[in-house]
Design a protein around this ligand. Structure first.
Ligand code: GLC
Ligand code: CA
Length: 553
């Protein structure tokens, strides 16, 4: 794991390459665009970049279906453009981590093409099962994206497992040759100079022996069987022993359904950690159940419980990865905040998590408060999961209800191009954008926000620079107040030097009364950050947020 835990002092920016910035006018975001914007990323105060997959891929799942682990897709500029970006980032003191997607490969990957023809050594690289005499599938597991987890291959005349799209075939990680392949991939990128990995659904890589049926779950069958499977820890340990121990790399693991207790089995710093941090999903579930498609009214108490649970249970043992947005969930302003109070709620949401303990991640466009996208026609959606959800799930509902379900649930809401300016195509491309630009780009864009001192963008800059200055944010104790409140989130951070108090209103109401926690005298504090020009005592305006400090020395 990373030596000296350098990642604890970083603020990461996540790039989803297709929609970040097009540098050569073909309508697709690319590394030329990233290179142009390195100073912009740095200007936010970010000093780390996580790239969603850049590898060659047929693009069925926007790059999460990899066909060559050793290359950079031509559409993104190829290897030369990547090396230029990597050097450019390093020159600016920024770390770069890659997405490592090894639960599955594209069905176009050479390994799969050979495996389906039973060409050794690839024959057992994937999870193949013969047809059953009764015509049933090998087991009853569900794919997380489309239908059941099995697809028939006409070449090999067997089923292969796909926990995601049909074209994403699950690797057989129990095969030592596959694990050697993973290690070679890791070494290749680490030797080139990348600083670590975000490991895609890594907790799914070990399937239980015999692949038994799931007898308990009514939907998402199999998930509790292949998540944290029997050999997961052992395989992660092997990757660490054979590879990571020889590099100064940071490892961040995507971990659906993980609890703090479970996370500590992998990231406890006092107990041979095999990972540095984990991406939990719980903070995404304050307005949904298990998946974004099961939408419910936003419940602040649920969010606060999760925030505080992760802050306190990991304290002194493991390190939190902090985020509110990524490429897999709709935009937060439109979910926990409000499109009607876009500016205020975007800033408040930033404060809600940026002053917690951990390493923050910011997803492209979040820093200007980009909102959800509300297309009028389901055919406009691109994402494989979204399309399945529309055409195959809840089909008895009215077309309007079905479309609204996508507005709330689809990942495409967060995948529209970054809004750089009020110019055509939001300044994302001079060509025809590969995907729709959100209609609100004239009101919400980087160029306008650069010139506005009170913009969401400049607020992010302030908040990030503050979090770097405040010793209590890096290491201090976390405490939550007013837990029962359905509208306000109040927390403090404290170390030997200072105490800070953060309040966030998640309410549209004009005059929310804030009960200042006992032991804090606002009249003796410094107000470090807030999102309204004037303050009205302890009465909070819609989505108001404030950060106060008391110095001890
Ligand atoms: C992860 C990725 C997501 C992808 C899936 C399959 O959840 O974040 O974008 O579709 O894995 O690789
Ligand atoms: Ca391009």
């Amino acid at each position: 794991m990373a030596i000296n835990n350098w990642y604890k002092d970083k603020v990461f920016y996540q790039i989803w390459p297709r929609s970040f910035k097009d540098g050569n006018g073909d309508g697709m975001g690319d590394l030329y665009g990233v290179y142009e914007k390195l100073d912009y990323i740095k200007s936010l105060g970010c000093d780390g970049i996580w790239f969603s997959p850049l590898y060659p891929s047929p693009g069925v799942d926007c790059g999460y279906d990899i066909s060559d682990y050793y290359g950079i897709a031509e559409e993104f500029g190829g290897m030369d453009a990547f090396k230029k970006v990597l050097d450019g980032a390093h020159e600016r003191g920024m770390k770069v981590i890659m997405d490592l997607v090894v639960n599955h490969t594209s069905d176009q990957h050479e390994w799969f093409q050979k495996s389906r023809q039973r060409i050794d050594p690839y024959t057992d690289y994937y999870i193949w099962r013969p047809a059953k005499p009764n015509g049933k599938l090998p087991n009853n597991w569900d794919s997380l994206f489309e239908g059941k987890a099995w697809a028939w291959d006409d070449v090999r005349k067997e089923y292969y497992m796909h926990l995601f799209a049909i074209q994403q075939a699950d690797l057989n990680m129990d095969n030592p040759l596959v694990r050697e392949e993973v290690k070679n991939i890791l070494r290749f990128w680490l030797d080139m100079g990348v600083d670590g990995f975000r490991e895609d659904v890594i907790t799914f890589i070990s399937k239980p022996e015999g692949l038994p049926d799931d007898k308990f779950m009514p939907a998402s069958k199999g998930i509790f069987m292949f998540n944290h499977g029997p050999h997961l820890h052992e395989y992660l340990e092997e990757f660490k022993r054979d590879v990571f121990d020889k590099y100064d790399a940071m490892i961040l693991a995507e971990a659906p359904l993980v609890t703090p207790k479970k996370a500590l089995e992998y990231i406890d710093e006092n107990n041979n950690p095999v990972l540095d941090m984990m991406i939990q999903f719980a903070t995404q579930e304050a307005d949904s159940f298990m998946t974004d498609y099961i939408h419910m009214p936003f419940n602040l108490r649920k969010l606060k419980r999760t925030y505080s649970k992760w802050q306190t249970k990991l304290d002194g043992k493991g390190w939190n990865m902090l985020y509110i947005e990524n490429h897999d969930h709709p935009r937060m302003v439109s979910r926990y905040g409000s499109d009607d109070f876009q500016k205020e709620s975007a800033k408040m949401l930033a404060v809600s998590y940026l002053f917690q303990k951990g390493t923050p991640f910011i997803y492209q466009g979040q820093e200007i408060g980009m909102t959800n996208w509300y297309p009028s026609d389901p055919e406009m959606y691109e994402d494989v999961q979204t399309r399945w959800q529309y055409f195959n799930v809840a089909t008895k509902k009215s077309p309007k209800k079905r479309l609204e379900r996508l507005w709330h649930g689809s990942r495409d809401s967060a995948r529209t191009p970054v809004q750089w300016s009020a110019e055509e195509n939001a300044g994302f491309t001079t060509g025809k954008p590969w995907f729709y630009v959100n209609d609100n780009y004239k009101e919400i864009n980087v160029a306008d926000q650069e010139t506005d001192e009170n913009s969401v963008l400049n607020f992010y800059r302030k908040a990030i620079s503050l979090r770097r200055e405040l010793s209590s944010v890096r290491n201090g104790n976390y405490k939550e107040y007013g837990k029962a409140s359905r509208h306000l989130y109040t927390y403090s951070r404290e170390d030997g030097k200072e105490k800070i108090l953060v309040v966030c209103s998640f309410s549209k109401k004009k005059n929310r009364k804030w009960k200042v926690p006992e032991g804090f005298d606002i009249s003796t504090s410094e107000l470090l950050l807030n999102n309204y020009e004037s303050l009205d005592g302890i009465t909070l305006k819609p989505y108001e947020t404030r950060v106060y400090r008391w110095r001890k020395i």
